[in-house]
Write a protein that binds this ligand. Structure first.
Ligand SMILES: [Zn+2]
Length: 263
């Protein structure tokens, strides 16, 4: 869930002459620092970017902060006024961030969309295990309480990688294509990617999403093994590899950011 506002480009953006010549091979890095602006109910991060042409404002739901990108040379007072003019928008965006959902004893975690109650059982041996509990599905987790969150997360990542790899290889086999490697990451900007060499990468958080969504993202990346684009041919191929495309895409748009609130 990213919100972004742009200020129209100023007619004559203020420019500062660089004090020293910077070598062309090293592009100037944006400077990042905190900035206090009255009335902003979250940390505000200011990035001074030599490449920025105008002020822009963004609410980063994952990091729960407000980010302002400003061209080099714009003063703090002007930045504060810009933020001040958009306070309602900032507050609305921050208020819309769903609450965090830590992996704690008694909390619910969806596994392929099915809610499982996390049950800490110090006597449970081995890896966390999903079970049919008396009140519904559970995820039984052993070990010390201080490691519970980490164990759940590590198990979910391993489970995601195993299932994604299995699903991707099965779909690729149907196309006569080869998946050379499958890895999982905690990417925020994309759910999956496919390299020219047949390496697929996914967000481990897809294990939390409903099965049709999980299946669609796998189909999408596998279709890229044949079509490295988003052409009509790509979408036709993608649709042939999964039951539903539009529903899962809409689901990710509406609920994808919520998956980043877990753990
Ligand atoms: Zn794609």
């Amino acid at each position: 869930m990213f919100g972004r506002l742009l200020k129209p480009r100023a007619k004559a953006p203020p420019r500062r002459t660089p004090a020293a010549k910077s070598p062309a091979r090293t592009p100037p890095r944006p400077q990042v620092r905190a900035l206090a602006v009255d009335g902003v109910p979250a940390p505000l991060e200011l990035r001074l970017s030599p490449r920025a042409r105008r002020l822009s404002l963004r609410v980063d739901a994952a990091r729960e902060l407000v980010q302002v990108v400003a061209p080099a040379g714009v003063g703090d007072a002007e930045i504060a006024r810009f933020v001040g003019r958009h306070l309602d928008w900032v507050r609305g965006r921050l208020a819309a961030i769903p609450p965090r959902l830590p992996f704690a004893d008694g909390a619910l975690v969806p596994i392929l969309g099915v809610p499982h109650r996390i049950r800490h059982d110090p006597g449970h041996r081995g890896a966390p295990r999903p079970l049919a509990g008396p009140e519904g599905p559970e995820l039984r987790v052993g070990g010390g309480a201080e490691f519970l969150s980490r164990r759940v997360r590590e198990w979910l990542k391993a489970e995601a990688r195993r299932r994604l790899a299995e699903r991707a290889r099965a779909k690729a086999a149907g196309l006569g294509a080869t998946v050379t490697a499958v890895s999982v990451r905690d990417t925020r900007s994309r759910w999956g990617s496919c390299s020219a060499g047949g390496r697929l990468s996914f967000s481990w958080r897809l294990i939390l999403a409903p099965e049709p969504v999980f299946d669609y993202v796998v189909a999408h990346e596998v279709a890229h093994l044949r079509e490295m684009n988003h052409s009509a041919r790509f979408w036709a191929l993608c649709a042939s590899l999964t039951a539903e495309v539009d529903g899962p895409r809409a689901w990710l748009k509406a609920h994808g950011a919520g998956l980043h609130r877990y753990g």
